[in-house]
Design a protein around this ligand. Structure first.
Ligand code: ADQ
Length: 471
């Protein structure tokens, strides 16, 4: 079975958030089950990392989308990667979605419309004379129009769209329709139109043969007005037609503190001196005061979803009770600034590293006793799984994937509502566990024994692919 996996981030080359980790791990987990190939935009950072890209096809210009070429290359371990080469759109500084100061590129409609229409051509077999896809697996709004371009070209290939986060929809003014060469009659309530705007995500929700999201809980939550972001009606219909499935993400095998080379000292369950060496390391690295109290880590994209404001509201109580806080991540400038201000107020107790570095994140999971995840919503969440493997007990809001991957009182703590009071309830329970050494030992062992392997998820996707091909 030939599968085209369309994405805009992949840990090997470029990452903004959790999508990059999934795009690196899931296709690899599926490799033994199918011929999976990735398609990625040829961002500057991506192209620079390859020594050789073989040009396999040419895409003609379409509306405002420039002509471009399609290259084929592979990762070090041999996973085929198609790279869409269009320097005019992708050869820019900054991240995949915006400039160096974090502003979205004004032509993101054209940038990701180009990706989607090229991916549709590739899947249909008209770009690379040696390859076509039996099925397309598109991810998030950036690739959500692949099923739409296939439908507009009357190509009948089954398509799966995975929603990693419904809150990002790719909304553009009506005029974008012409810029991306979409048929005028697709601007309709049963097509791309969303409150008089063009929604890339909605295109995928309407045209994909099957939808998935990254936990069963979130698959239910997005059919409600609370978390459906205005798309709940459509999602409810697709769910009722058995066309919306929740498949939990996994994490890759590198998340093993016994062999992780980036740690100050590797350690396994029960080797609490080894874990302590990692705590000493991060405490010193972040310039925190010497302390025997717990360290609370926060590794997240710094956006409203993640409830960083709740962490700031809880900070005084954490510190008064003898705890310290270490945060790393990047995101919205005002949230980054609020964290920097908190650090300036209490440099002895709050450590902040703005930016994202995988090694740094791993050292914080290894050195912290608890990981804070007061996300308002969380489709799946990866940090709480990384944290458990590294013996940092997550304190998470009972939502989405957090509710499925944290066992309350056994591998971490769940709290009911995304409010400071409810969150503090979870934090107080964590302090109590920290004081009871036997309980802490048992919880850490239990958390660290979780595998969160990709194998189960990969088997679910593979079964879904097979079903889509033979309905
Ligand atoms: N700039 C950055 N700042 C901080 N951390 C960064 C980062 N870039 C990458 N990361 C890494 O991404 C992890 C966070 O991933 P999550 O899955 O928790 O959230 P995200 O909201 O990005 O992903 C969305 O997609 C994933 C994948 O499906 C879902 O799990 C999740 O719920 C959904 O919101 C961190 O642990 C870190 O390792």
């Amino acid at each position: 079975m030939r599968v085209l996996f369309a994405t805009t981030e992949m840990d090997d080359f470029v990452r903004v958030g959790g999508l990059a980790a999934v795009s690196a791990a899931l296709p690899r987990a599926l490799r033994s089950l199918s011929d999976v190939r990735i398609i990625l935009p040829g961002y500057r950072d991506v192209v620079e990392q390859f020594l050789h890209i073989q040009i396999v096809g040419q895409c003609a210009a379409l509306a405002d989308m420039p002509a471009c070429s399609l290259g084929l290359t592979s990762t070090r371990d041999g996973l085929p990667v198609y790279v869409l080469l269009c320097p005019q759109l992708y050869d820019r500084p900054g991240n995949p979605y915006g400039d160096t100061s974090g502003r979205d590129w004004p032509d993101n409609d054209v940038r990701f419309g180009r990706l989607a229409s090229a991916a549709a051509q590739l899947a249909a077999g008209t770009l690379d004379k040696n390859w076509a896809a039996d099925l397309v697996h598109a991810n998030d709004w950036q690739a959500a129009l692949v099923p739409a371009y296939l439908a507009w070209n009357a190509v009948k290939i089954p398509t799966i769209l995975t929603i990693h986060n419904l809150a990002y929809q790719g909304l553009f003014p009506k005029e974008s329709l012409r810029r991306i060469g979409a048929p005028a009659d697709s601007f309709h309530i049963d097509g791309l139109e969303f409150y008089d705007k063009l929604s890339f995500l909605k295109g995928g929700l309407v045209y994909a043969s099957h939808l998935t999201t990254v936990s069963e809980t979130y698959a239910k939550e997005i059919t409600t007005s609370e978390l459906g972001c205005g798309l709940e009606g459509l999602l409810r219909r697709r769910s009722e037609a058995a066309q919306l499935t929740g498949i939990l993400n996994g994490i890759d095998e590198s998340w093993d503190p016994r062999v992780c080379a980036q740690l100050a000292q590797p350690f396994g369950a029960g080797d609490w001196d080894g874990k302590q060496a990692n705590s000493d390391y991060v405490r010193q690295q972040f310039g925190l005061a010497l302390s025997r109290g717990p360290i609370f880590g926060l590794v997240a994209r710094l956006v409203h979803q993640k409830g960083v404001d709740l962490v700031l509201a809880a900070a005084d109580e954490i510190i008064e009770a003898g705890g310290q806080i270490i945060v790393t991540g990047s995101g919205e400038p005002d949230i980054e600034q609020a964290l920097v201000d908190a650090h300036r107020r209490r440099p002895d107790a709050i450590g902040v590293a703005i930016g994202f570095n995988d090694g740094q994140a791993r050292r914080i999971f290894a050195g912290s006793d608890f990981t804070l995840m007061p996300s308002r919503f969380e489709p799946c969440g990866l940090s709480q799984m990384y944290a458990q493997r590294f013996g940092s007990l997550p304190i998470g809001h009972q939502t989405g994937g957090l509710a499925e991957t944290i066992t309350d009182g056994e591998t971490g703590f769940l709290f009911d509502r995304p409010s400071t009071e409810s969150f503090l309830g979870g934090i107080r329970r964590a302090f109590a566990a920290f004081m009871a050494k036997d309980r802490l030992d048992a919880m850490r062992r239990s958390a660290m024994s979780r595998s969160f392997s990709w194998d189960i998820s990969a088997a679910c996707y593979s079964a879904l692919y097979r079903k889509a091909l033979a309905p």
